[in-house]
Ligand binder design. Structure first.
Ligand code: S3P
Length: 432
């Protein structure tokens, strides 16, 4: 239950490690040569699914140090061809990134694997990766209903292709690039707009050249990666909830340390600024090839904006919390070109609209987004995030400002990406 008693938010936190980068560090570390030492790894349900899958393929992955202090994950990579037949299905839980990226790595192996996940994963589209992998000579079958998981991945030799992706999706791009590591010849991916580029950055960091020109990425396989040390930046998608809370609750000032501000991920900050937010970036630096900064957030009066076009892939996971912010902004906010929201962990257009309306907001769902008329007071009620972690956390922020308590069904689903979310949120609240 979230009680709207927050007089203000104050203090400093370091949000946990980036989910996308944590997954990739395990995957690339597993096929690199030498030990990859990962610091600030995100110990959430999704990333633990990735660890579990790669352990089942014979990779030695161990934790060291004290949790919350100096913990680190060591991945003892034995090279590109070291993955072993797991002889049992690989279970990805709720994690789309694990399923889509790992399938790219399984397609060129010399064994057959079944990949499966939870009820949400079994509803998410997989044809988007099956198609390019087939063009490369891969053999992946979706044996679930409607072209969905479980997937049967029959290992096959692959050839490089130039894939023109119909969607700006880092999971699709990364799947093809990871398969391309094993392919004969060059692999090229062109996207309609640039999606997050963590795979490209990490491949370069591990010694595999990748070039980018506009929205086209080219990989000429070297068939060798070298493990190294990765310090995972704080996840901007997790920071977004505290940024929103700091902006919305009057009199607040919040400092978020060590946040990844990669330009392919920072659309949320750009939109906040366009809405009138006061956010300062300090101490800008790079960590493991990724840009990082501390963010200082002061409560601000926000106004509505239109969010659409090329910025969408850079803030796709932040659209639920932006919808909450729009409810408290003056004027109208239009979210468009975001039909991808329908195929996330839940249909985020419908589920956000349903929950915000329950709170009394003026929100309309459209085919590719939402239209939100801000300024209506929100009331406490019981909301249902449909087991979607980002919806639960977005609702929790709304609950700081509702008239009356807000109850969130299955609020614990936040552990998919942020196990200590409610604790961290509480630590910033200064009670009346
Ligand atoms: C991710 C890519 C995005 C994002 C997801 C993580 C990644 O998905 O929504 O949470 O790590 O590559 P899409 O590639 O489907 O847009």
């Amino acid at each position: 239950m979230i009680q709207p008693h927050a007089k203000k938010l104050a203090g400093e936190i370091a949000v946990p490690g980036d989910k996308s980068i944590s997954h990739r560090a395990i995957m690339l570390g597993s096929i690199a040569t030498g030990t990859t030492e990962i610091r600030n790894f995100l110990l959430s349900a999704d990333c633990l699914s990735t660890i579990d899958c790669f352990k089942k393929m014979g990779v030695e992955i161990v934790g060291r140090g004290e949790v919350g202090k100096n913990e680190r994950i060591l991945v003892r990579g034995r090279g590109m061809r070291s993955l072993k037949d797991p002889h049992e299905p690989l279970y990805v839980g709720n994690s789309g990134t694990t399923m889509r990226l790992m399938t790219g790595m399984l397609a060129p192996q010399r064994f057959t694997t079944k990949v499966d996940g939870d009820a949400s994963i079994r509803k998410r589209p997989m044809n988007r990766i099956i198609e390019p992998l087939s063009l490369m000579g891969g053999s992946v079958q979706a044996i679930g209903r409607g072209g969905c998981a479980p997937l049967m991945v029959h290992g096959n030799p692959l050839v490089g292709i130039h894939y023109e992706s119909p969607i700006a999706s880092a999971q699709v791009k990364s799947c093809v690039l990871l398969a391309g590591l094993y392919a004969d010849g060059e692999t090229v991916v062109t996207e309609p707009a640039l999606s997050r580029n963590h795979t490209e950055l990490m491949l370069r960091y591990f010694g595999q050249p990748v070039t980018t020109s506009g929205t086209t990425i080219t990989l000429r396989p070297e068939y060798h990666l070298t493990g190294g040390e990765i310090v995972v930046p704080g996840d901007i998608s997790s920071a977004a909830y505290f940024i929103a809370a700091g902006l919305l609750v009057r009199g607040s000032e919040v400092i978020l340390k060590n946040v990844g501000v990669n330009p392919t991920r920072d659309g949320f900050l750009r939109i906040c600024e366009e809405m009138g937010a006061k956010i300062k970036r300090e101490n800008e630096r790079t960590s493991g090839g990724e840009p990082v900064a501390d963010l200082i957030v002061k409560s601000s009066s926000l106004h509505g904006v239109t969010i659409g076009g090329e910025i969408i892939p850079t803030l796709i996971d932040e659209l639920p919390i932006l919808a909450v912010m729009a409810c408290f902004a003056s004027g109208t906010t239009v979210i468009k070109d975001a039909a991808e929201l329908k195929v996330k962990e839940s249909n985020r257009i419908d589920v956000m609209t349903e929950n915000l309306r329950k709170m009394g907001a003026d929100v309309e769902a459209t085919d590719d987004g939402m239209i939100i008329h801000g300024g209506k007071p929100l009331r406490g009620c019981t909301v249902n995030p449909h087991m979607d972690h980002r919806i639960a956390m977005s609702c929790a922020v709304a609950g700081l400002l509702t008239n009356g308590d807000l109850d969130i069904d299955n609020a614990d689903c936040a552990q998919i990406s942020y196990p200590k979310f409610y604790e961290d949120l509480k630590s910033l609240i200064v009670d009346e």
